[in-house]
Design a protein around this ligand. Sequence first.
Ligand code: 13P
Ligand code: SF4
Length: 354
Amino acid sequence: MTTQPVDYIATRERVRAYLDRAFLGLEARPVGESVLYDSVKQKLMESDARLVAHYYVDPQIQQLAEETDGLVADSLEMARFGARTNTRRLIVAGVSFMGETAKILSPTKQVYMPTLEATCSLDVGCPENEFRAFCDSHPDREVVVYANTSAAVKARADWVVTSSIAVDLISALAMDGKKLIWAPDRYLGRYVQKQTGVDMLIWDSACVVHEEFRLHDLDALQSVYPDAGLLVHPESPEEMIDRADAVGSTTQLIDAAARLQNPSFIVATDKGIFYKMQQQVPEKLLIAAPTRGAGGTCQSCAHCPWMAMNRLSGIDRLLDTWPDSCEVLVDEKLAAQAMKPLTRMLKFKAPYAE
Ligand code: 13P
Ligand code: SF4
């Protein structure tokens, strides 16, 4: 059952307004970026910081993380990396929930992001007050939230999950007979519900990037590439998931590209993933999945507008001045509360980790 706790149109308008404001004043890509790249790389290697980057950021930033002993990963592994790294500072190239999670799990480190404006439509679409009121009105249900939420929303949860463990964890809760609240992504929520049969109320928010993937041109594309497998991130609409050869988190999709025998893949997730996926399968052809054209809040570019805010120039500025305006801080009380469901998430995954 999907609930309508927030006005969906109002949420989209809020996201649109946020994007309009956040993108004002963003500089154009600087000329001579390779000179800048070399200089940033040098400074990073000489600093007491490590760079942890999500698969969706600019390939150049992923490369920088690779070449400086940092990490490129999905949101779960990004969370783990900060806690096991012993540098004084962490630079998180991703979106704000990733920075907050890193800070909560590594409270003694200074955590920075190229810009704190880089948020996520799922986070924006799940305001703390409305979410708390919704949970309070269903006291018989355990609360499971997606990692793509604010620290304040995590603080109200019993469990946090990423897409890589959502089905496993919720199926374990379902077997215990638990009734759940799920927030905020409705597509991932419905997917998990279908896989597990769990009794779950689903918050009504979506990812502005993934919800734009549509079937309408998929048939045409598959007729041109009949041997292509379809890889789908579970934040995508059900019609895409139902046709997929593999559904999973970013890391799971990269693994699937290597595991499945297809010579080519149509990929329904942010196009930033092509950098790492192509490294994994250099001999295979990777094709972006079709989107539906210009949507209400997304231009259907299959690229997250907030991930795109992580720029080399921003990392350069960090390494020069470590400005307070780029340091991630989380209220101590909230951090302590959010730590509980985050720790449960990391422990749940532990038996499967290497
Ligand atoms: P992953 O957990 O698969 O890295 O996904 C994070 C995300 O923001 C997907 O849009
Ligand atoms: Fe959020 Fe979607 Fe961007 Fe991921 S791709 S950070 S879910 S807006």
